[in-house]
Design a protein around this ligand. Structure first.
Ligand code: 26V
Length: 812
């Protein structure tokens, strides 16, 4: 360990020389970044080995968090922070004329996720290690992560994310731990001498799953856990068997490409039959490689199968890895010779499941035929699980055909993954109180009635280490100055800040921190986008995936309305505001892409109009990602969390903003409800329909968007500007589909219904912002109450209530 600055400098100079043949003065920033990374990794590796040895020696119960997505972002800064090396390295680099911030820019984001679900998984890994819990991630090493978004002619253009074009310095390839995953073929079964059925899987195709391990460093402790990412590889030998038959090189190359495509893309296009099949293939790839490797490690302990569930917990992040249930059954029954009932009991007690959405279009189901042909043995097992489950239901609800058809795992020619997940696990949780209630009372009501004790809530969280200590060092330092540093280990202690609520000089300093962060963001926006923004204006930020229910459109219509007001009366006294957006739309999501185009059009119109652009500005930040979020959130005043109530399961961006002192303007949806409970009415701006009202409208109808628009001149005018000649439409029909969704299709997400209330809430925001002290006190209450949303709290709840694991005691 380099325990002082001089040793570190020397070590860095040495590393640059031995690894890259460079001197500090001549090395590129990229080389220096890699040398620094290598040094840090050396330090990490020692702890990593010791952690592994300790787990083995103590036979510690291990949790495996299976997720198709881990949105890790960059690791250098966080690893330095958690290793307690940040300041030493920063100082040392400065001596050498280098800046850590700019070295960090050399790391590509590991963008192996789409949005909230993937980032949650990444925050959870940080908390597991930081709490000394033996929990590891199992995921996919996609060759291309979340696409790179460019805005060309005001429209989204997607380019492949070639994140591996630079070395991913943290991973370790472990070919010795490779696993074979089998697909297609058919199942032979025969009775053995003792009358038991034996299954033999024949003529299958196999793909080699090679693990790449990434160390997950705990904060200021001795724990280093593992994120194991699986990559598909075809061995020459496998391919040659078939290539010889075909006798051609072209076949060899094509076949290899086909096999390796399993881990090529995150979330391949699921609008075509081919794309969907590949997605299922990916899911089974993660599941089978993961479960086989868990079984292999368990077998090394020499313990009997009856101890398996005492030593292992498997968590599935949404239903994507739900095949762990039949896969575990297959291995226990077919390969290890356990009876069905014992295997089933083990499986249920090992597996737990989190639901992340109630949107029906996002609930996974697979055509029976696809599952049967791709995974013939697994399909048989799923059918058996279904058969036994339906029989049990028949006993409890004799004659109730409707209920049984509703709950069945295989029905209407589909395999329903949520049903499989509930039946095959001992715990199912929602991700915020409201979401869990909606699951219990509506979406999964019949299941809740059947298995009430399986259902529970675990409100999401975010790691305060990345999102406060690392992303916002000035705020972190100010907090520590005020209340000491205990909050870093016990984030709930942030509450101690409440005593500063009336301390005017402290509030001024809080304001200074925010102001400096805003200046830094303004500089970055100028540099990267060429747009000048006023750091004195309110920074109003809406960053998240683009989706109808998240209602970026409501925000956009409000900005159009402000523009109209200013054009009607250019002398209007308006508190200056800069609206920031960041959002990626799924490549096949036409409507979402139209909204992106509209926002960019609004920005183009407003930013160049000198009559309005000293009052309002609009910035669309392309390629929103973890590393851009880290720059934007600390500089925000207003956090837009305006989903249609009942639709956003939790939201986690809302928590990051709160922790960085932004005030929320939001609906009573997801975790906003819990933010509201904690900060009180006067420290949040809520508006709009409640979730009950929304769900009632969906059930009984009675909403007419046309009527709402006809009765509100502001809305009517704004909507007309989408389809008639206006600065926004420029006389083209680009935004007709938006108009149609709102008026002809009756506004599925209640954008128009909530408009008036949103305008009022925004006015209140502007008013309050003018009273700086009042605003800063509100900001302080938000920071003080945000400790509850540390993922440490969430993970502690999972650990004690679902996984039944305890913190490992360690001597330093
Ligand atoms: C998936 C899809 C896929 C098909 C088309 C529409 C659609 C819409 C939504 C989704 C979401 C899938 C699951 C997910 O990412 N849920 C998010 O999980 C976060 C972590 O729990 C939570 O904070 C977000 O509210 C929730 O949307």
């Amino acid at each position: 360990m380099f325990s002082n600055k001089e040793m570190f400098k020397q070590a860095l100079v040495e590393k640059l020389k031995t690894n890259f043949g460079k001197k500090v003065e001549t090395a590129s920033e990229y080389d220096t970044y890699r040398a620094l990374g290598a040094l840090v990794k050396d330090e990490i590796t020692k702890k990593w080995m010791e952690t592994e040895e300790r787990y083995q020696k103590d036979q510690t119960k291990q949790v495996y968090y299976f997720s198709m997505e881990f949105l890790m972002g960059r690791l250098l800064g966080n690893n330095l922070l958690n290793m307690n090396l940040l300041e030493l390295v920063q100082d040392g680099l400065e001596d050498l004329g280098l800046s850590l911030d700019s070295l960090e820019e050399n790391e590509n984001d590991a963008g192996l996720g789409n949005g909230g679900l993937g980032r949650l998984a990444a925050c959870f890994l940080d908390s597991l290690a930081s709490l000394n819990l033996a929990g590891h991630g199992y995921g996919m090493r996609y060759r291309y992560g979340m696409f790179d978004q460019h805005i060309i002619d005001g429209k989204q253009v997607e380019l492949p994310d070639e994140w591996l074009s630079k070395d991913f310095i943290w991973e370790v390839r472990r070919p010795e731990d490779a696993i074979e995953v089998k697909y297609e073929g058919y199942v032979d079964f025969k009775e053995d001498s003792s009358g038991n059925w034996k299954f033999e899987y024949v003529d299958y195709e196999k793909i080699r799953a090679v693990p790449y391990d990434v160390p997950i460093v705990g904060y200021n402790n001795e724990t280093v856990n593992t994120l194991r990412l699986w990559s598909a590889e075809a061995t020459t030998e496998d391919i040659m068997v078939r290539a010889k038959r075909k006798n051609e090189m072209g076949y060899f190359l094509n076949h290899r490409r086909a096999l390796e495509s399993v881990s090529e893309f995150l979330y391949p296009d699921d609008s075509t039959e081919e794309g969907r099949r590949l997605r299922l293939k990916q899911e089974y790839f993660l599941v089978s490689a993961g479960v086989q490797s868990i079984i292999q490690s368990f077998e090394k302990t020499g313990l009997p199968w009856s101890a398996f569930s005492d030593k292992t917990a498997i968590h599935i992040n949404d239903t994507h890895p739900a095949l762990v249930i039949p896969e575990l059954m297959r291995i226990l029954v077919d390969e290890k010779g356990l009876g069905w009932d014992q295997a089933w009991e083990i499986t249920q007690s090992v597996v737990s499941y989190t639901n992340h959405t109630t949107l029906s279009e996002a609930l996974e189901s697979w055509p029976v035929n696809t599952v049967r042909t791709l995974l013939p043995r697994l399909f048989m097992i799923i059918e058996e699980i279904n058969e036994r489950f339906c029989q049990a239901l028949w006993k409890t609800y004799p004659g109730d055909f409707d209920r049984i058809a509703n709950l069945a795992i295989v029905a209407d020619g589909q395999v329903k993954m949520a049903h499989l997940s509930i039946v095959g696990s001992h715990s199912i949780n929602g991700v915020a109180k409201l979401h869990t209630e909606i699951l219990k009372k509506r979406e999964m009501k019949s299941f809740y009635e059947t298995f009430p004790s399986k259902f529970n809530n675990k409100t999401n969280g975010i790691t305060h280490r990345r999102w406060l200590m690392h992303a916002n060092k000035p705020l972190s330092n100010l907090i520590t100055e005020a209340i000491g540093d205990q909050w870093m280990n016990e984030p709930d202690r942030l509450k101690d800040l409440l005593k500063k609520k009336e301390d005017l000089s402290f509030l001024d300093r809080l304001d200074d921190v925010k102001q400096n962060n805003k200046i830094a963001l303004a500089d970055w926006v100028k540099e990267t986008q060429g747009i000048t923004v006023d750091p004195q204006s309110i920074f109003d930020v809406h960053i998240k995936r683009l989706h109808g229910y998240k209602r970026q459109l409501l925000n956009a219509l409000h900005i159009m309305h402000l523009y109209n007001e200013l054009k009607a009366d250019p002398t209007l006294d308006m508190v200056p505001r800069t609206f920031f957006f960041g959002a990626k739309a799924a490549s096949g999501y036409y409507f979402a892409k139209k909204v992106i185009q509209l926002i960019n059009r609004i920005a183009a119109v407003i930013n160049k109009d000198d009559e309005v652009n000293d009052k309002i500005k609009v910035v669309f930040l392309p390629n929103y990602s973890v590393s851009t979020a880290e720059k934007i959130i600390p500089a925000s005043n207003v956090s837009e969390q305006i989903s249609t109530a009942s639709k956003e399961a939790s939201g986690t961006g809302n928590m990051k903003f709160m922790m960085n002192g932004a005030l929320t303007i939001g609906t009573m949806d997801g975790a906003n409800v819990e933010i509201h409970d904690l900060v009180g009415d006067e420290n949040i701006y809520t508006f709009g329909l409640s979730s009950e009202e929304v769900l009632e409208y969906y059930r009984t109808g009675g909403y007419s968007s046309k009527q709402v628009s006809d009765q509100d001149e502001r809305l009517r005018h704004t909507l007309e500007q989408l389809i008639h000649y206006s600065p926004f439409s420029k006389g083209e029909m680009d935004f007709q589909p938006i108009y149609e969704a709102l008026i002809n299709h009756n506004d599925e997400y209640f954008v128009l219904k909530d408009f008036a209330d949103y305008v009022m809430a925004q006015r209140k925001v502007s008013q309050d912002y003018q009273n700086k002290r009042l605003w800063n006190a509100k900001s302080l209450v938000n920071i003080a109450q945000s400790g509850h949303f540390s993922s440490d709290r969430t993970i502690q709840e999972y650990a004690s209530q679902i996984w039944n694991i305890e913190r490992v005691q360690m001597l330093k």
